[in-house]
Design a protein around this ligand. Structure first.
Ligand code: ADP
Ligand code: MG
Length: 360
């Protein structure tokens, strides 16, 4: 039996999740931008479930809609952007289910930071230049918790230590810190109140290789120590290979493949995912010609008909130009061995019989 990728079956009565392992569910989310030259469908029918304790990587080339998706999760979409449809439900441990698209602004402010932290792209450059690090922490902690200033100050050095920084960094100003140190500070701030979910958009981008390694190592330790759930957004597949438990690959505003990280790197199914993996430079390895992906990303104001990847795909078939492929579980020997089934939206697989349940 083939089932389509619609997450609605697992949110049953009154928005309550029937599955305790789920922390966030996204159903058929659409986020569009009104532009002078037309409507830009940056996120177009994305459904995804995030499980407690996992690092879910969101991959895809620049412009495929990753940041538009993550900002919508916190309802931070700004004009000319708007949420054109769908649902997002959040199930933090200490609170009841929260419908993130309809909850009041006040309630949303109460869960931001405390339950749901967000590190926007380039967040390390948004530290206040005239405040010492300790004061930035205190202001944020006091705004989102009942702690006293003294209590907040007491946890700062502990938090800095958790991200591998010396206590004296608390007395420094942002301009005295390197990019890597600033990024560690913003991560320490994001985890200060032990949120249920941290969303980090390109946390290693714009850092040199040395600092990228430090941040990857640190996020991996934090995940193991604090059992945090993280949505990790990056175009860098090498970072996903090191950190993610599962990967959701986005192309042209939609998901084209979702699955266990080892499975995806061992046997990527979608030609786009194969192209992304082939584009990873082999550091220290033999010099090989990078295959990459031919052509350019199409415009979100005018996505190609059928499979949006067909204009760049080396396996294109006649139906790819007409019929939209659904995100479906593919049943084969390898997937049966993996705990997480792989979902793929590609006619190469529907042709040969995709099937089974879905669990993205
Ligand atoms: N403020 C905006 N106005 C109009 N279009 C936008 C705006 N922000 C993003 N977009 C468009 O949405 C698409 C997805 O962008 P984005 O979510 O930033 O992708 P990614 O994070 O994957 O690089 C792009 O085509 C981009 O041009
Ligand atoms: Mg982005």
């Amino acid at each position: 039996m083939v089932k389509s990728n619609n997450a609605s079956h697992m949110t049953k009565t009154a928005g309550k999740s029937t599955d305790e392992s789920l922390l966030l569910t996204i159903e058929d989310l659409k986020v569009y931008y009104d532009t002078v030259s037309g409507v830009s469908k940056a996120v177009d029918s994305v459904s995804l479930r995030i499980k407690r304790g996992e690092i879910l990587g969101i991959a895809g080339e620049s412009g495929c809609g990753k940041s538009t998706l993550t900002t919508a999760l916190l309802r931070l979409t700004q004009r000319p952007g708007y949420i054109a449809g769908g649902a997002i439900h959040f199930y933090p441990q200490e609170k009841g289910p929260i419908d993130l698209l309809t909850v009041s602004g006040e309630q949303l402010r109460a869960i931001r930071w405390r339950n749901l932290s967000y590190l926007p792209q380039g967040s390390m450059n948004s530290l206040n230049p005239v405040l010492r690090i300790a004061d930035q922490f205190c202001d944020a902690i006091l705004e989102h918790s009942q702690m006293s200033r003294r209590e907040a100050l007491n946890i700062v050095s502990d938090l800095l230590q958790q991200v591998g920084l010396e206590p004296h960094v608390a007395r420094m100003y942002p301009h005295e810190l390197s990019g890597g140190m600033k990024q560690r500070v913003t991560i320490a701030m994001a985890i200060a109140l032990r949120p249920d979910l941290v969303i980090a958009d390109e946390p290693t981008t714009a850092l040199d290789v040395h600092n990228q390694r430090i941040i990857i190592q640190m996020l991996s330790e934090l995940r193991d120590k604090l059992r945090m759930t993280i949505i990790l957004v990056t175009h860098d597949m090498a970072v996903h290979a090191e950190l993610a438990d599962r990967i959701a690959v986005m192309y042209a505003g939609t998901l084209v493949e979702v699955g266990d990280v080892r499975q995806i790197f061992k046997a990527p199914k979608h030609p786009y995912t194969q192209g992304l993996i082939n584009s990873i430079p082999q550091i220290g390895g033999q010099r090989v010609r990078m295959e990459g992906i031919r052509g350019n990303t199409p415009s979100p104001r005018n996505w190609p008909a059928g499979c949006r990847f067909h204009t760049r795909c080396t396996h294109v078939m006649p139906e790819c130009r007409e019929k939209v492929p659904q995100l479906l579980t593919i049943a084969n020997e390898q997937d049966a061995q993996s705990k997480q089934p792989t979902l793929v939206a590609c006619h190469l697989y529907t042709q040969f019989g995709a099937g089974g349940t879905h669990d993205n």
